[in-house]
Design a binder for this molecule. Structure first.
Ligand SMILES: [Zn+2]
Length: 153
């Protein structure tokens, strides 16, 4: 385990897979010989910003500039940032693992929207239920006393 709580086997697997930055494609190095620029050193990245998701789909290697630019931004927002635009990074140029994460995040967004719709419906039903229990009724558009009259004149 390292300080990110990434198990060794996963660290090895990700290092094996992500030899280039998953975002911008910069060639990565694990150690830092003096000749290698600091930005080429691999950093650990949670593609979806949730430290509890420690899977090979969410842990990836990326370069220092990409990591610090993304920070805590949502992947789908960051990919549209000026940093990405300047470097020509978009949903078609990123590594497969990022493309997959973008797809999942979009699906989760749709599911989250559906959930909020459902919870709104529940709230409406709860309000209607409360009103019914208090015997509050909507005023009828046609009070009972009113009835159509016809003048036969
Ligand atoms: Zn990068």
């Amino acid at each position: 385990m390292n300080h990110w709580d990434i198990p060794d086997w996963l660290e090895r697997e990700v290092k094996e897979r992500d030899r280039t930055c998953i975002y911008c494609g910069t060639q990565m190095v694990n150690q830092m010989p003096p000749s290698v620029p600091r930005k080429a050193v691999v950093t650990w990245e949670h593609i979806i910003n949730d430290a509890s998701i420690v899977t090979r789909e969410n842990i990836a290697g990326c370069c220092v500039p990409c990591n610090s630019s993304k920070g805590t931004k949502k992947l789908s927002d960051w990919i549209k940032s000026s940093y990405c635009k300047k470097r020509g990074i978009n949903k078609d140029t990123v590594a497969e693992v990022v493309k997959e994460a973008l797809r999942v995040q979009t699906e989760q967004g749709i599911v989250a929207d559906r959930h909020s719709c459902i919870s709104t419906m529940r709230q409406v039903k709860a309000i209607i239920g409360t009103l019914a229990a208090r015997k509050v009724t909507m005023p009828s558009p046609h009070p009972r006393s009113w009835s159509p009259t016809f003048n036969a004149t």
